[in-house]
Ligand binder design. Structure first.
Ligand code: JHZ
Length: 403
């Protein structure tokens, strides 16, 4: 395989097998037209860059009916409110902000009614339309060299370019950093939060690997990539979101901004677990295989004991788990979810029916497999009655646990 950043040849160290589009929730009539690709992963040692080999065309993933709304989690709405407050330290009263992958406007909404000039790029029309309804200026396009052409006033004049769970979605990462270089003001910053390779490795939470997540970053990787574009990483701030993320702050090399003291500690901790070299790959691969076996065996044994098993939240992540672990409706009867676009459809590849979350308690399952394990606190709180009624939650990272 070819590294998407450097073009050099690298060896895929693991395959997760055939995978469908992670958010390709489908109707029964479309089962035999389903698209699959082989999900192999590799690691470029020079840039410490963990990446997918093959992946579907982004237009297959982000379109007029993208079934993910950032605002589907109360915790995430609050997270983005705090993120917006935190980012104000980089802004002046008339600053320009660009958000990449602004989804339904959850982050940028926080700048409504201010003198800040904020715009978002969002390639999926349905979610972009929701943002517009919320008063957010949303451009329904991929962020790219072409789409920034019209932003003449933003060139070398944007104080904050930001995003969350978006940089890892952009295959042309070189072009992306080129755009950042073009747009940032002298003291401007590029701030982005991404699922963190260190957390994925430590928890064996391989479900962060799917078609939309073309890369999994570490601070070491971002430091090396930024440096190729006359930019520098000045901070890496751990986040609890999505099972362990990292917020990166990048600015121009010549900027007066100081490098945070904590960055050296983060980089050292990454070196300790070999995120700067291939050694961690083999260990990760083995851990994934063990995790897969354990989850499958657990579900088989519960099923053999006549337990009624359902899934809770048809996440993008669950597509990797269900397909990699060969879990289908023989083991999980249905999955409940809050997203209207998913209800009444089936999970990609594994074809488990998705039903309205309102039926969760009514159907009285014995076991609920928590696919949105990253929202555990929020979900346990709102579904207190499930446990009180004798139901059990099952989570699987870092180990299988019933609650
Ligand atoms: P959640 C998404 O991944 C998609 P997903 C995307 N690719 C990305 O990068 C990450 O986020 C960051 C349901 N749900 O947030 C709603 C409930 O049913 O873990 C959604 O279908 N009940 C952009 O999909 C799904 O979970 C609930 O109480 O892995 C979202 O899952 C809650 C809180 C969620 O993201």
């Amino acid at each position: 395989m070819k590294c998407k950043f450097s073009g050099s040849k690298i060896r895929p160290f693991m395959t997760f097998g055939k995978m469908p589009i992670a958010n390709g929730f489908l109707r029964k009539k479309d089962f035999n037209k389903e698209f699959f690709y082989e999900m192999k992963v590799g690691f470029n040692t020079k840039f410490s860059l963990f990446q997918l080999d093959d992946h579907p065309n982004p237009k297959k993933m982000f379109h007029n009916n993208y079934p993910f709304y950032t605002s589907s989690s109360k915790f995430m709405i609050e997270h983005f409110r705090k993120y917006a407050i935190w980012s104000k330290k980089f802004l002046r009263s008339n600053s320009k902000i660009i958000e990449l992958g602004s989804n339904d406007g959850t982050f940028l909404k926080n700048f409504n009614n201010s003198s800040i000039n904020a715009i978002g790029f969002e390639p999926s029309k349905n979610v972009s339309d929701v943002a517009i309804k919320r008063g957010v200026k949303s451009i329904n396009q991929f962020f790219s060299i072409n789409s920034i052409e019209n932003l003449k006033n933003h060139k070398a004049n944007t104080d904050l370019i930001c995003g969350a769970n978006v940089v890892c979605h952009i295959p042309e990462i070189k072009n992306l950093f080129y755009c950042i270089h073009k747009l940032l003001s002298k003291e401007g910053v590029f701030v982005f939060e991404e699922p963190y390779l260190g957390s994925v490795f430590k928890k064996t939470s391989y479900d962060q690997i799917y078609d939309e997540h073309i890369y999994l970053f570490s601070a070491i990787a971002i430091q090396k990539i930024s440096s190729e574009f006359d930019l520098k990483l000045i901070a890496a701030i751990p986040q609890q979101t999505h099972g362990g993320s990292m917020r990166y702050v990048v600015c121009r090399k010549k900027s007066k901004r100081k490098i945070s003291k904590n960055l050296t500690k983060i980089i050292d901790s990454e070196k300790k677990i070999n995120l700067d070299n291939e050694k961690f790959c083999e260990e990760f691969k083995l851990n994934c295989e063990i995790s897969k076996r354990r989850l499958r065996n657990k579900l088989i044994s519960l099923k053999n004991n006549n337990k009624k098993i359902c899934g809770y939240a048809a996440t993008s992540k669950s597509t990797t788990i269900l397909n990699y672990c060969n879990i289908n409706k023989d083991l999980i009867d249905y999955i409940t979810d809050t997203t209207p676009e998913k209800i009444g459809r089936y999970t990609p590849g594994s074809h488990i029916p998705i039903i309205d979350y309102k039926l969760f308690m009514k159907k009285k399952p014995d076991i609920a497999v928590l696919f949105a394990w990253n929202h555990r606190k929020e979900i346990f709180k709102k579904e207190k009655k499930f446990k009180l009624g004798g139901g059990k939650w099952l989570t699987f990272f870092p180990n299988i646990k019933t609650w």
